[in-house]
Write a protein that binds this ligand. Structure first.
Ligand code: ZN
Ligand code: ZN
Length: 213
């Protein structure tokens, strides 16, 4: 098995987790043995989030999608954003807020759970009254956390340990854009995302009545 950042391998990671006996848990619950908190910080693309969400549904996996209300890359209040939130719910996933500090205002689109975007150390792990901060205890501990940040597993791809049941429980942060768009480096992946984005924008321009002739 080669640990490429492609949906094919992501599906293998999901199947490894199931083989290892893990259950897909919501952040509303404190970690217990066998819990897998599948976390997606959606930084750049709702389209990528929905592709990943559908694949997970096909593999009977459930994840928490952390969506931004202050993204420069997408608009959660647009028709596209509203549809994305609804679709994630239909797939059986949970939606949390990918918040820009200090704004942690939750509304009825979100479960009471937040993940800070690009947090700094001073507030990263601070408890927030009435809300789960995924970087606070008991949901966060370095030994039970893996992240694919910038298309690199700092502590290795987790598929083998998942299959062997090696983690007591795990918070697994996966960024959909990295897996949905092709590219063997983060830079290449971002360029293919932008190519796809260009196509998408051209369609949107036509839909908006712009004459591209
Ligand atoms: Zn792997
Ligand atoms: Zn982020």
């Amino acid at each position: 098995m080669s640990c490429t950042f492609e949906l094919e391998h992501y599906a293998e990671i999901l199947e490894a987790a199931k083989a290892g006996g893990y259950r897909f848990a919501p952040f509303a619950e404190s970690p217990e043995r066998g819990d897998l908190f599948l976390r997606h910080d959606v930084d750049l693309s709702l389209e990528a989030a929905l592709s990943m969400a559908q694949l997970e549904a096909e593999h009977e996996a459930r994840a928490t999608y952390f969506l931004m209300t202050e993204s420069v890359f997408y608009n959660l209040a647009s028709s596209e954003g509203v549809a994305a939130v609804a679709r994630l719910g239909e797939f059986g996933h949970w939606v949390g807020l990918h918040a820009v500090h200090p704004h942690a205002e939750l509304d009825d689109r979100f479960e009471p759970v937040i993940a800070w975007h690009n947090p700094s150390a001073e507030y990263m792990s601070e408890r927030i009254p009435g809300v789960v901060n995924v970087y606070s205890e008991p949901w966060f501990a370095p030994a039970t956390y893996r992240s694919d940040s910038n298309q690199h597993w700092r502590a290795g791809c987790p598929h083998e340990e998942l299959r062997a049941g090696g983690f007591p429980w795990l918070q697994l942060l996966v960024h959909p854009e990295i897996w949905v768009y092709p590219g063997s480096t983060m830079g290449a992946t971002m360029l293919s995302m932008l190519d796809r984005e260009r196509e998408r924008r051209l369609v949107q321009l036509v839909d908006d009545g712009i004459d591209l002739a």
